[in-house]
Design a protein around this ligand. Structure first.
Ligand SMILES: Nc1ncnc2c1ncn2[C@@H]1O[C@H](COP(=O)(O)OP(=O)(O)OP(=O)(O)O)[C@@H](O)[C@H]1O
Ligand SMILES: CC(=O)N[C@H]1[C@@H]2OC[C@@H](O2)[C@@H](O)[C@@H]1O[C@H](C)C(=O)O
Length: 399
């Protein structure tokens, strides 16, 4: 048996593992690197975040990814090059982080790499008969494994699609293992480029649990501010939106899309929620001139309406606890808008459960890798058609 395979076998029998979770999401802002200690598996999983860092992407890399991100026509050579480049680059960033943290690569058991989503095409979005759900993440796992010398699990989403899902949201698996609480209905809300949530009923009934995207997120707000103010990447602290007023007619046009009428679970991305989507809504709005601040205020309210509407649909009149994570939680106006729409519900940071909200998605991928290697049987999904009962992650050995 090769040294790596023997190591992998021994790892699967260990009581605890050191796993680096990586997330680079649709906001293209950088790479989240979470060094985690995971003990046990399945519902007995315990996770401890040892170190966390977000390494910002350079402007050059952001630009290169943007050239191929969520676009139907791209330079295929660029896709091919970035697949290899990002794999090795993420490996370099991990080695830098480990050096800063005083951790040797041989002290790390596994890397769990999400990769960079460049296109997400669930059937409801592409609408092509006879074509499947599909999604594509680049940043090849073999390159990470060889660069770091650490066994790497990557490309988690393909198995989900192969088993009947849309390749997302995968958060449901980790949310269930880490955050379910008997007797308390919980909503685990993540506001990234796209916003998504997991419903964890207090009954712990696996048949009721699900996870779904709800819409934007920050993605249209980010795209809009970048188009108006080239020196800004996002509406820091909601400042631009706070100086404007939202327009009900534009808001109604933004909310008038089939995506919002589809049942849960569903997924989406910037392939739909982009500047064209905004232009189309503006075209349907009977107002000639709107200031950037008013448009931003409306986009902010739009994200809040999409999020609050999905949560209301799920919880009805019952009171649930909402635990929020993701970059959007740092936008005070967005949180104020959501709270206004969900008056009776308590919204708290994921921090209150002892987990760094910015690290959550990276931790979730570390948890998926832990399940793949050490889980006795897929911890969730059996009997729930919305959640395929599978282990995810392709294994890359460094030797
Ligand atoms: N202080 C802040 N004020 C307003 N918005 C902020 C702030 N900090 C972060 N954000 C928003 O959060 C975004 C980054 O969020 P995050 O890193 O969670 O997204 P992501 O993981 O890339 O997306 P996804 O989860 O959809 O893949 C930024 O692009 C910005 O829109
Ligand atoms: C295809 C893809 O990368 N989807 C992401 C994206 O970012 C947020 C939302 O859209 C979510 O569905 C998913 O990521 C999280 C981590 C998930 O799978 O749960």
């Amino acid at each position: 048996m090769s040294k790596s395979l023997e190591h992998l076998y021994q790892l699967s029998k260990k009581e605890s593992r050191i796993i680096i979770g990586l997330m680079s999401g649709t906001s293209l802002d950088g790479l989240d690197v979470a060094l985690c200690a995971l003990a046990g598996s399945g519902p007995a999983t315990r996770v401890n975040l040892l170190q966390f860092s977000t390494v910002p992407y350079t402007d050059k890399l952001k630009k290169e990814i943007k050239n191929i991100f969520s676009k139907r026509q791209v330079d295929l050579q660029q896709v091919c090059l970035l697949n290899a480049y990002i794999g090795t680059y993420h490996g370099t960033l991990i080695l830098d982080c480990l050096r800063q943290w005083g951790v040797r690569p041989d002290e790390v058991d596994l890397i769990a790499s999400h990769g960079q989503t460049i296109y997400h095409a669930p059937a409801a979005l592409h609408g092509l008969p006879d074509m499947p759900n599909a999604t594509l993440q680049i940043g090849d796992g073999d390159h990470l494994a060889v660069k770091t010398g650490i066994i790497t699990l990557s490309d988690f989403r393909q198995k989900h699609i192969a088993a009947g899902g849309e390749g997302a949201p995968l958060a449901v698996y980790g949310d269930y293992l880490l955050f379910s609480e008997k007797g308390q209905d919980r909503i685990m809300l993540n506001i990234g480029g796209i916003a998504n949530f997991t419903y964890l009923p207090g009954s712990l009934d696996p048949a009721q649990i699900f996870s779904s995207d709800v819409g934007p997120g920050n993605t249209i707000m980010d795209a809009f501010i970048q188009s108006q103010y080239p020196d800004k990447y996002y509406d820091a602290d909601g400042a631009l939106a706070a100086g404007g007023t939202y327009h009900p007619s534009l808001l109604a046009a933004l909310l008038d899309h089939d995506f919002f009428r589809q049942p849960f679970p569903k997924t989406t991305g910037p392939e739909l929620f982009n500047l064209n989507y905004l232009s189309e809504a503006l075209r349907k709005t009977p107002i000639n001139q709107m200031s950037p601040a008013d448009i931003m205020a409306t986009l902010n309210r739009f994200s809040a309406e999409a999020i609050a509407g999905a949560i209301k649909k799920t919880l009805g009149e019952s009171n649930g606890e909402i635990f929020v994570s993701g970059g959007g939680m740092h936008n005070p106006l967005l949180l104020k808008n959501i709270q206004e729409l969900l008056r009776q519900m308590r919204i708290r940071s994921l921090n209150t459960l002892g987990i760094n909200p910015d690290a959550k998605e990276a931790i979730l991928f570390a948890t998926l890798a832990n399940e793949c290697i050490a889980g006795q049987s897929p911890g969730l999904g059996a009997g729930n058609p919305k959640i395929p009962a599978i282990r995810m992650g392709k294994i890359s050995l460094p030797d």
